[in-house]
Design a protein around this ligand. Structure first.
Ligand SMILES: [Zn+2]
Length: 339
């Protein structure tokens, strides 16, 4: 081998050595990066939940809507108190501090860490359910018509369920307490009932939910585990966020109920007769029913017609009960449309 050849070979060896060294360095750095990412993922996964939460009974993606309407029902909801969102942000700074960065509020790691006390805990299935049970539910109260409604329910010795909103005037607070004191079920509906606000992100939903949950707890002493989405779980405002919100609320152990019977009392032009007809005829089509009514100050027709509705259904062998987180929500939740 000539000298120039040796030189060439030496050069080539050096080249090979450098390339190999660079490759080894590259692979090591890659492995290190992968490891760090893997560790970060593990940390997130292994993060303990705040409470032992029973797996949710309802599978939202597969449950049947049972023919129930999934459109957003007009609720004739009165204009919300303008101070509501202010008091909300004051009471829950952790829920609103990130409001400047909406993408952050969609990050599960961020909203799962919010409200560490907001977990429902374990739930016992309801074993005592009778056949032909009707669960009357009243949304959007309390109002001046809540106590008169409670009087009707007392007269028939039946219990019902109230999904309430953030009214903080003395009459509403008193009515909220009456609901619980007279043995009815109370659940979160929404503090503000502002669709665009509460369905913007899971974090925004949690802030509103937490506010209402705490208002109920503070005024009635009752730590409710049930709720109903404003506008129902499937509506025009939560198309992009419903899955994330429901997943998060299920993770926290809260149980929601839509309905399989609508009284139609929030529909334009509804009358006492139409409320009676819709309710009774739809209840007859189901073995068990969750019936949607409303309890705002505008729902005098609902109040007026309730005794007749209850009397008819009692005569036909239906019994009435209040919702309890142990009542399987599967037949009463709307199916989320495929994305
Ligand atoms: Zn409502």
């Amino acid at each position: 081998m000539s000298n120039p050849e040796k030189l060439k070979l030496g050069k080539r060896a050096r080249h090979i050595f450098i390339v190999a060294a660079v490759l080894i360095l590259f692979v090591s750095v890659g492995a290190l990066a992968f490891n760090v990412e893997g560790q970060a993922g593990m940390t997130l996964m292994a993060k303990p939940t705040m409470a032992a939460v029973q797996p949710h009974t309802g599978n939202t993606a597969e449950a049947s809507s049972d023919g129930a309407s999934s459109r957003l029902l007009p609720e004739n909801f009165p204009q919300p108190n303008p101070s509501a969102s202010d008091s909300s942000s004051a009471a829950h700074p952790s829920g609103t501090k990130d409001s400047g960065a909406p993408e952050k509020l969609m990050d599960p790691a961020v909203y799962q860490a919010m409200y560490p006390g907001l977990y429902a805990g374990s739930i016992e299935p309801d074993a005592e359910k009778k056949n032909k049970t009707v669960y009357l539910t009243f949304d959007d109260g309390p109002s001046n018509l809540t106590v008169p409604l409670l009087d009707v329910l007392d007269r028939f010795h039946i219990k019902a369920t109230f999904f309430v909103v953030g009214h903080t005037d003395p009459q509403s607070i008193k009515a909220m307490k009456e609901i619980v004191d007279r043995g009815h079920a109370i659940g979160v509906h929404s503090y503000t009932h502002r669709y665009q606000q509460i369905y913007a992100t899971p974090a925004a939903f949690l802030t509103d939910f937490s506010e209402m949950h705490d208002l109920i707890l503070k005024n009635t002493g009752f730590d409710t585990k049930i709720y109903r989405y404003a506008g129902g779980s499937v509506n025009d405002y939560n198309r992009n966020t419903a899955r994330a919100i429901i997943t998060e609320m299920n993770r926290r152990g809260y149980v929601y109920y839509d309905w399989n019977v609508s009284s139609g009392d929030a529909e334009r032009g509804s009358t006492t007769q139409s409320i009676y007809r819709s309710t009774v005829s739809e209840v007859r089509r189901h073995n068990d029913s969750v019936v949607l009514f409303h309890n705002t100050k505008y729902k005098g027709n609902t109040l007026a017609e309730l005794p007749k509705i209850i009397a008819t259904l009692q005569k036909e062998g239906y019994s009435f009960d209040k919702l309890d987180p142990g009542v399987d929500n599967t037949p009463y939740i709307f199916k989320i449309p495929a994305q």
